[in-house]
Every structure is written in structure tokens, then in C-alpha cells.
Write a protein that binds this ligand. Structure first.
Ligand code: NDP
Length: 490
């Protein structure tokens, strides 16, 4: 009797009883001010905007919009605080960072619920990935604060001064931690602008700074839209800009700072190749592919959004992948069963829909599992595109949504050529049982991070950052300190 290489493909239908996380663990104020100089203050011109719950489009809170004059106040507060903060011993600064780390742990459930409400991401991700990593980053850099002389960055490394930090909406609190923890450990003071659509966990973090007795002005949080970020970038009292977001805005910031002595690091977009060889453990690879692109609805700069499959296993991989996608549970972000939450905003949903239409028009074959979408809110079903050409926009542009483009290759050389055929260079994944092949591939892939037989793994000890249009500078680990220090006593 002939045996099939593809196992039974009947998609199991699971009935889930609702398992909602308690919403009332978090108290959201109706109005938030700006956090400047250790106090909540109003904007000088009184303008504000609403932040909403993307899963239902309900209003969550009114948040103030910082003008250039408010940014100036925040930068001045950070400058005033810098003198004393930078003169504290590393051990003293570390003490505050440990305190913040412990407070994040104590308030982890509340912060996870708040993140899922404001961002739309599943609670199991905010609870099990974002929050543990946030605390881990503060613990990690707390440990570095008194060891900067031994970080290999030259003798007597000194802080840069006031750091302006601009973060996106996909990992609001985690991106804050990636930026604030090393900057504080190195003795800098901070003005941080969260994304317009996800300001609430940054505002909760301001409360944590107050709870930790962090000296006033060491961390300042200014909410607002792109203009607030623009004002921060163009404030000449800022010594360093750290930006995570789109390549387009990153380029604009780089142009603005050209010829100035402001330090700059940019963490921008990506179009990572997740490469599956025919000797890979296929079931494990399927989990890695799913985690690579459907984690956080694909709102991940290093998402494995291009699947490169060796031709001989293409059909088997696609069949198994379809079966697995049929089991993903889309819905209420606060439900602990949810795998795919809401898209963060109407604008992002429109961008995903536009690129998906382009993908179809360019000849890609779109496939989605049966997946009812809630009537209200911003939702997009997990989507697979086969028959994708390398020149297709869905193979080249960052979609930043739950959409996977599949391409094939025959030889390792072809896999490298296709993987590197992108203006980006942030991350890549390789699935094979051969260690020698992993090393061969890793040496040739032009990406800041290469995962082997796994994907989307993060650790505070490991540097993260890109090449080419994915930006420059590293966050995380010892390397992350260099972004906030004058090395070698210079
Ligand atoms: P942006 O790059 O516009 O936003 C990132 C941050 O920069 C936000 O805080 C934003 O504020 C701020 N900002 C916007 N304009 C300026 C400016 N001129 N000067 C300084 N700061 C500014 O990303 P979007 O949110 O618009 O997303 C667009 C696309 O970017 C996505 O579809 C995705 O492809 C990509 N993206 C990539 C990210 C990554 O991690 N690589 C993260 C986010 C988006 P505000 O939010 O208030 O506009």
C-alpha cells in the first residue's frame, strides 16, 4: 500500500470556552498629562487626542499632545537632572534600575492587560513575552551600571547627556525598556515619545518611575503624534536620538541630523527570510514559521515575512502550514486562548489590505483559513501567499501584518541570493539539521540576527539591530551600552 508523505490534513475544529483575563486589574484614567520633571503637567496649548482599543474601537483615554514648547520643557528638565544623575555612582544608578525591574514584575499582570487593551496583542503574548522581557532588560542593565569600565568600551566611558527616544506601537513597553534601561545605566537622562496609538503603558511606566523614587527629570514622557517626535529630533539640546520605526521616518531623521553632533541609532524595518531546507525537522519548522510571522499579528520588524522553502518539500510544508493556520484562534486579545489579536489601527489595517490586493494583482495565490472576524474593531485573518515572484511588492515591502509570502529555492546558494535580495537586513532564520550548513548560511546572510531552528527569540544579553535599510546601532547586551556612551573617555 502506498504511504503518503503528507499526514492527514483534516483541520481539527476546537471549541474554546472563553478564558478572559480580568480587565479590572488595571485602572485607566480618563485623562493623562505629560510626565515632565517628575510631575504630571498639562501641555502649553491644551491639545489632546484619544487612544482607543483596537479590538472594539472603544475610547480608552484622552492623552495630551506635546507641542515643540512642551518638548523643550522636557528636554530642559532632562538637562537639569543630567548633572546629578550622571555623577551618581554606577551602583547607585543600578539600585534604581533594580527597583524599576522589580516594580515591573510586581505590576506585570496589570501592565500586560493594559498593553493588550491599547495595542490589541493577545494577552498570552503580553503576559508571557513582552512583560518578562521588559523586566529582564531592566535587571540586565541594572547589572551593567557599575561595570561600565569593564564593558570593553575603553577607559572611563561617559554618558552622552540627554537622550531623545522615539518608539513604535508594536511592542510599546518592550521598546521603551530596550531604550530606557541602557540609557539610564550609562548615566543619561531621557525624553521618550511613545507612539500615538499606544501611549498607555509608557504613561504607566511614568508612575513606576515615581514609585521607584527616580529623581525628577531623569525620565520624561511626552505623548503626541509624529510632530512631537519631529520636535524632539530637531531640539538642539538633545545629545542622542534613538529611533525605532519605519525606514521612511528613519531616513527623514537621519537627514535632519546630518551635520549636527547629535548621536543617532536607528532600528527600522525588515523583510526577513525564514529558510527551510529539505532536511529540516518539518513539524518544528512549521511552529517556527507560524511564530515568525503570526506572532503579534506580524507587527514585528524582524518578522519572518518571506518563507523560502526548498522546492522538494514545498508541497508538504504548505499542506502542514495550512493545517496549522486552521487551528489559530483569532479574537478578543484579553482571552487567554487567543493566538491572533487585533490589528493596531485602522491605518495599519488599510495598509495590509492594500498590499494584499497588490499581491493578488501581481499573481500571488492568496489562501486564508476559515476565520470569522469580529464585527467591530480592526482584524485581519492569517494569510498565506504562494506563487510569489521575487519582484512582487509583497516579497519586497514590509507589510507589518499577518501575511506570509512563500518563495522556493533549490540550492543553498540560491537561498542566499534570494534571502539577501532586499534593501533590508534585520533578521533571518535557517531550518536544517546540519550544523555546518547553519554556519555556512549565517556567514553569508546579510542580517543582524540569524536564528537557527528557531525564530523570534529575544534575550537582553543578545544584541539586536540591522544592516542596510534596517538601520544601524545595536540594542541589548554589552553592545547596547555603546549607543549611550562616549567610549574611551572621549
Ligand atoms: P512610524 O515610523 O511613523 O512611527 C514610529 C514612531 O515615530 C512613532 O512614535 C511615530 O509617532 C514617530 N514619528 C512619526 N513621524 C515622525 C517624524 N517625522 N519625526 C519623528 N518621529 C516621528 O511608523 P508608523 O507607525 O507610521 O508605521 C508605518 C509603517 O512603518 C508600518 O506599516 C511598518 O511597516 C513600519 N513600522 C516599522 C516598525 C519597526 O519596528 N521596524 C515599527 C512601526 C512601524 P506616531 O506613532 O505618533 O505617528
Amino acid at each position: 500500500m502506498a504511504t503518503s508523505t503528507v499526514p492527514d490534513l483534516v483541520t481539527p475544529t476546537w471549541e474554546y470556552a472563553p478564558a478572559p483575563e480580568a480587565r479590572d486589574i488595571v485602572t485607566i484614567r480618563s485623562n493623562y498629562g505629560l510626565f515632565i520633571g517628575g510631575r504630571w503637567v498639562d501641555t502649553v496649548d491644551g491639545s489632546s487626542f484619544k487612544t482607543i482599543k483596537p479590538a472594539t474601537e472603544e475610547d480608552l483615554a484622552e492623552v495630551q499632545s506635546a507641542s515643540a514648547r512642551d518638548v523643550d520643557r522636557a528636554v530642559k528638565a532632562a538637562r537639569t537632572a543630567f548633572t546629578r544623575w550622571s555623577q551618581r555612582t554606577g551602583a547607585e544608578r543600578g539600585k534604581y534600575l533594580y527597583r524599576i525591574a522589580r516594580l515591573v514584575q510586581e505590576r506585570a499582570r496589570e501592565l500586560a492587560v493594559l498593553e493588550s487593551l491599547d495595542n490589541g496583542k493577545p494577552i498570552k503574548e503580553s503576559r508571557d513575552v513582552d512583560l518578562p522581557l521588559v523586566a529582564a532588560h531592566f535587571f540586565h542593565y541594572a547589572g551593567w551600571a557599575d561595570k561600565l569600565d569593564w564593558a570593553g568600551l575603553g577607559p572611563d566611558p561617559r554618558p552622552l547627556g540627554v537622550a531623545g527616544q522615539i518608539i513604535p506601537w508594536n511592542f510599546p513597553l518592550l521598546m521603551l525598556a530596550w531604550k530606557i534601561a541602557p540609557a539610564l545605566a550609562c548615566g543619561n537622562t531621557i525624553v521618550l515619545k511613545p507612539a500615538e496609538t499606544t501611549p498607555l503603558t509608557a504613561l504607566a511606566f511614568a508612575d513606576i518611575c515615581a514609585q521607584a523614587d527616580l529623581p525628577p527629570g531623569v525620565v520624561n514622557i511626552v505623548t503626541g503624534a509624529g510632530e512631537t517626535g519631529h520636535a524632539l529630533v530637531n531640539h538642539r539640546g538633545v545629545d542622542k536620538i534613538a529611533f525605532t520605526g519605519s525606514t521612511e521616518v528613519g531616513k527623514e531623521i537621519q537627514r535632519s541630523l546630518a551635520g549636527t553632533d547629535t548621536h543617532l541609532t536607528l532600528e527600522l524595518g525588515g523583510k526577513a527570510a525564514n529558510i527551510v531546507f529539505d532536511d529540516a525537522p518539518i513539524d518544528q519548522a512549521i511552529e517556527g514559521i507560524v511564530n515568525g510571522i503570526f506572532f503579534n499579528q506580524g507587527h514585528v520588524c524582524c518578522a519572518g515575512s518571506r518563507l523560502l522553502v526548498q522546492e522538494s518539500v514545498h508541497d508538504a510544508v504548505i499542506a502542514k502550514l495550512k493545517r496549522r493556520l486552521g487551528t489559530l484562534h483569532l479574537g478578543d486579545p484579553l482571552d487567554k486562548n487567543t493566538d491572533i489579536g487585533a490589528i493596531n489601527s485602522a491605518a495599519q489595517l488599510a495598509r495590509i489590505k492594500e498590499l494584499v490586493s497588490v499581491g493578488e494583482a501581481e499573481g500571488g495565490q492568496r489562501w486564508q483559513p476559515v476565520c470569522p472576524l469580529p464585527a467591530k474593531g480592526f482584524w485581519f485573518a492569517p494569510t498565506l501567499f504562494t506563487n510569489v515572484g521575487q519582484s512582487s511588492r509583497i516579497a519586497r515591502e514590509e507589510i507589518f501584518g499577518p501575511v506570509l509570502s512563500v518563495l522556493t529555492f533549490r540550492t543553498p546558494e540560491e537561498a542566499i541570493a534570494k534571502a539577501n535580495n532586499t534593501p533590508y537586513g534585520l533578521s533571518a532564520g535557517v531550518w536544517t539539521e546540519k550544523g555546518s550548513r547553519i554556519l555556512w548560511m549565517a556567514n553569508r546572510l546579510k542580517a543582524g540576527v540569524v536564528w537557527a531552528n528557531t525564530f523570534n527569540r529575544f534575550d537582553p544579553t543578545s544584541p539586536f539591530g540591522g544592516y542596510k535599510e534596517s538601520g544601524f546601532g545595536r540594542e541589548g547586551g554589552r553592545h547596547g551600552l555603546a549607543a549611550y556612551l562616549h567610549a574611551g573617555g572621549g
